[in-house]
Design a binder for this molecule. Structure first.
Ligand code: PLP
Length: 408
């Protein structure tokens, strides 16, 4: 008899996006003339930078001829891409990361989900609330939690993010072994200061813990004082892993390319307390279970780092930032509290009511779709997330409609 991994039965079905779809479809049926504007999901809307497209085409052509064809590449990624990442994303900001410490992959979602399999079943895990659900669900699947009760899994240390802490969780009062952090944050759009991140690094060093730092939205940071990488913090290389993605800075959500940085110094321990290099373990996993990102996609990603590519990515980020500004200005005008929107594509708005109620109000009165905060965790109740990923015209129209509908 084939038996299942019963941890999967503990998973709470994620009704968030299907519930949104159901409500939108019901609204569409009864209001066929309303042109619904979707500011709910976190997918980009602009095409790939032309520098990437040119490199992509050229690489596809190379695949056509026996002389330039590429078969299996290095599992960790081609050095042309790893070198340019190390130089541009880290060394240029004073973070001492080398190409060898960078693992190219097909997504930060897979990497943030897969990395937990390197750790013991009984490690104590701290996860923010609200949260990008992948961190939590993959640990549930691996059997690191008890059952789901009162909106939370037993056995997890939840790091509450709320107004009072500016949506940056405090250090846990108990000892944990693994900490997930994401800044700029999805869903709240909050950012962490250098000093704030330093505290986490000190905590991890004191507790022999590991920080999994998700920097998928770093490109949206323009404030000079904010860190883009945890490796800008002294002492982080021994206790942190960083996840990056080309999805949001260069529009690779459908093209798929990302990377994970595991420094050579990063240390983990076996049950006897003997230290091991996390880099070696991740490399072993990566080579066993992954066969590399396709050559044309890696060429397209490398082109982001040319002068032309950098300018085109910057233009796209600025475009979405303009949208975020429009949303913030509208919320200011209407008198709603919010966080995010200035170094992040997300705006986290306190609706003053149940988050689904606020969602329904925006949909029914303005024909605008947002994401109810409760879908991201217990602390998300009372909030909604608005995303800046859409056209200027649609965002402007959505804000006009919201103003007309909600003017107090
Ligand atoms: N990490 C966070 C915080 C995200 O919000 C997302 C996507 O929305 C990802 C990772 C996934 O990135 P990728 O497209 O590289 O899988």
């Amino acid at each position: 008899m084939i038996k299942i991994n019963e941890n999967y039965l503990k998973l709470q079905a994620s009704y968030l996006f299907s519930d949104i779809a159901k409500r939108v479809s019901a609204f569409e049926k009864s209001n066929p003339d309303v042109d619904i504007i979707k500011l709910g999901i976190g997918d980009v809307t602009r095409g790939l930078p032309s520098a990437s497209i040119k490199a992509f085409h050229k690489a596809v052509d190379e695949m056509a001829s026996d002389e330039t064809f590429r078969g299996y590449g290095p599992e960790q990624g081609y050095s042309f891409l790893r070198e340019t990442i190390a130089e541009n994303d880290f060394q240029s900001r004073g973070a001492d990361i080398v190409a060898d410490e960078i693992f190219i992959s097909d997504g930060a979602k897979c990497d943030t989900g897969n990395i937990q399999e390197l750790f013991a079943e009984d490690v104590k895990i701290a996860i923010p609330d609200p949260v990008y659900p992948v961190y939590l669900d993959t640990n549930v699947m691996a059997g690191r939690t008890g059952i789901f009760e009162d909106g939370r899994y037993q056995g997890i240390v939840y790091l509450d993010s709320h107004k009072e802490n500016n949506f940056v969780p405090e250090l846990p009062t108990e000892k944990v072994d693994l900490v997930y952090l994401c800044f700029p944050n999805n869903p709240t759009g909050s950012t962490i200061s250098r000093e704030g991140l330093q505290k986490w690094v000190v905590y991890a060093r004191e507790n022999k813990a590991l920080i999994l730092f998700d920097a998928a939205y770093e490109a949206f940071i323009t404030a000079k004082e904010l860190p883009k990488s945890i490796f800008e913090i002294p002492g982080a290389k021994e206790v942190a892993v960083e996840f990056r993605s080309f999805s949001k800075n260069a529009g690779f959500t459908g093209t798929r390319c990302a990377y994970t940085v595991v420094p050579k110094e990063c240390t983990v321990y076996d049950s006897k307390g003997t230290p091991h290099k996390l880099h070696e373990l991740w490399n072993r996993r990566h080579c066993t279970k992954f066969n590399g990102v396709s050559y044309p996609v890696q060429r397209a990603a490398a082109a982001i780092y040319t002068e032309e590519g950098k300018a085109q990515c910057r233009e796209r980020i600025d475009y979405y930032r303009e949208n975020a500004k429009m949303v913030c200005a509208t919320m200011d005008e209407l008198g709603y509290n919010y966080v995010g929107g200035s170094n992040s594509p997300y705006i986290w708005i306190e609706g003053g009511m149940d988050s689904w109620e606020f969602f329904d109000m925006l949909l029914n009165k303005a024909g605008v779709v947002c994401t109810p905060g409760a879908g991201f965790g217990r602390c998300g109740e009372g909030y909604v997330r608005i995303s800046a990923f859409n056209s200027h015209e649609k965002v402007a129209e959505a804000m006009e409609r919201i103003k007309n509908a909600l003017q107090k």
